[in-house]
Write a protein that binds this ligand. Sequence first.
Ligand code: COA
Length: 166
Amino acid sequence: MKIAIYPGTFDPITNGHLDIIARSSELFDEVIVALARNSQKSPLFTEPERLMLIERSLAECYPERTNIRADAFHGLLVEYAVAKGATAVVRGLRAMSDFEYEFQMALMNRKLAPALTTVFLMPHEEYTYLNSTIIRELARYGKDVTGFVPRAVSEALREKFEIKYH
Ligand code: COA
């Protein structure tokens, strides 16, 4: 049983993340989309909200894929991954700008847990410019983000910013 962890802040989850999740679910027996803490970030959505949005997005986009589940953890990623019996950590690489940070994290995680391998996957080209900050920013100024995120997320953003479109 090959288990992979796909960690992130997911503030909020986007179609780019979902693309990586779908690719991972074809490579591994089980994929755990794991909400993690990045000490550098102050998320817009609370942890329970982000977890609920991941669960709703998975149900909306991949109802037939039973090998994907969502979870949240505090503490070190490698400790969580080992506790779950995972052999891989999946990360998305969108552009060269992602590389240095990702390389540093992967090497540190390998130092901490040599048996855990970081696997980098490229999302579809149409998602290379996407990130959660851009989505939050568009929604804050009343732009419709349908097409970049699942419906559950666009509705949650609209509610968060109390935007009336018409
Ligand atoms: N499509 C669209 N956007 C994507 C994407 C994709 N496929 N992959 C990444 N992104 C975006 C995210 O939306 C996020 O955007 P934002 O910064 O505008 O919010 C950005 O790229 C960073 O991605 P994310 O996966 O959220 O990275 P992160 O820096 O928040 O996550 C953790 C890093 C949580 C995995 C890392 O901090 C961690 O492991 N924390 C646990 C503690 C730990 O072990 N620390 C030691 C690490 S060595």
